[in-house]
Design a protein around this ligand. Structure first.
Ligand SMILES: Nc1ncnc2c1ncn2[C@@H]1O[C@H](COP(=O)(O)OP(=O)(O)OP(=O)(O)O)[C@@H](O)[C@H]1O
Ligand SMILES: [Mg+2]
Length: 252
């Protein structure tokens, strides 16, 4: 059977800089697949190409057997790929509820009549269900900016799942979180897969989290793939350790 996501020899150049260089990997439905690498390795760029924010310079991305390379981000979102961002991207002045509703409206904007009609009601049910799932049901009415940082990032995940995606690209969901918020984030990532069947592509610097939740991990450095494998194999790979030399990462 075809893989859910198949990335083949993908490259992205910015002028003379090759940010992503001939990266290939595939992700199967139901996997939690990690992408790690030092700062500037090309992880966010890779996400931006897969999600259609940047066009590939070379190579292809196929989703559910269809080539999506070079399609617009809207088109790719409509096919079932959502993403969360490295920085918090909630509207801080708006309530948590408005943030989720806006995400919903954005997803439905391709068919405005669907939004106005009875789907409006099912939209509210979806919103409440997502709010409960991510644990913000009790703070829906408060300004998103007044929530703890960890909850703001979790709200960003909620915004991504409003569209009921098949695949989520998560860019550093644990960055800036305290240890207890990190545990909540790790649990949420597992629940997204286990309870909602969402396949997850995870970029994250927190090694215990990545090693703890991922089925397989791709390591890239300076745009180039180093290895792909199970967490234990990746952790023990000398080329991986070398890529991280001089950086303060704990592979515990
Ligand atoms: N829009 C852009 N224009 C020019 N160069 C860019 C652009 N986006 C990224 N780059 C460069 O591409 C390289 C990879 O950046 P990228 O943000 O993908 O790394 P990253 O692995 O996500 O790093 P980090 O872990 O710090 O988030 C860097 O050298 C960066 O400066
Ligand atoms: Mg990045």
């Amino acid at each position: 059977m075809a893989h859910m996501l198949e990335v083949q020899s993908l490259s992205r150049r910015f002028g003379g800089l090759t940010a992503v260089s001939e990266v290939s990997f595939s992700v199967d439905k139901g996997e939690i697949f990690g992408i790690i690498g030092p700062n500037g390795a090309g992880k966010s760029t890779l996400f931006n190409v897969i999600a259609g924010h940047y066009r590939p310079s070379a190579g292809t991305v196929a989703f559910e057997g269809k080539d999506i390379s070079g399609r617009t981000s809207d088109e790719i979102a409509r096919r079932g790929i959502a993403r969360t961002f490295q920085a918090v991207n909630v509207f801080t002045q708006h309530t948590a509820e408005e943030n989720l509703r806006r995400a919903d409206v954005a997803h439905r904007s391709h068919n405005p009549f669907a939004y106005i009609s009875e789907r409006n009601r099912s939209g509210s049910a979806n919103l409440n269900e997502v709010a409960r799932f991510i644990g913000v049901a009790d703070v829906l009415g408060g300004a998103a900016g007044s929530l703890a940082y960890g909850l703001q990032k979790i709200l960003g995940i909620g915004m991504a799942i409003m569209a009921s995606p098949k695949l989520i690209l998560m860019d550093e969901p644990a960055a800036g979180l305290n240890p207890s918020e990190k545990k909540t984030a790790a649990k949420l990532i597992r629940r997204l897969r286990d309870e909602r069947g969402i396949t997850i592509l995870l970029v994250e610097h927190d090694m215990p989290l990545v090693m703890g939740v991922c089925d397989r991990i791709l390591v890239i450095n300076q745009g180039k793939p180093i290895t792909t494998g199970a967490p234990t194999a990746v952790k023990a790979n000398p080329a991986v350790i070398e890529a991280y030399l001089g950086e303060e990462y704990e592979f515990a």
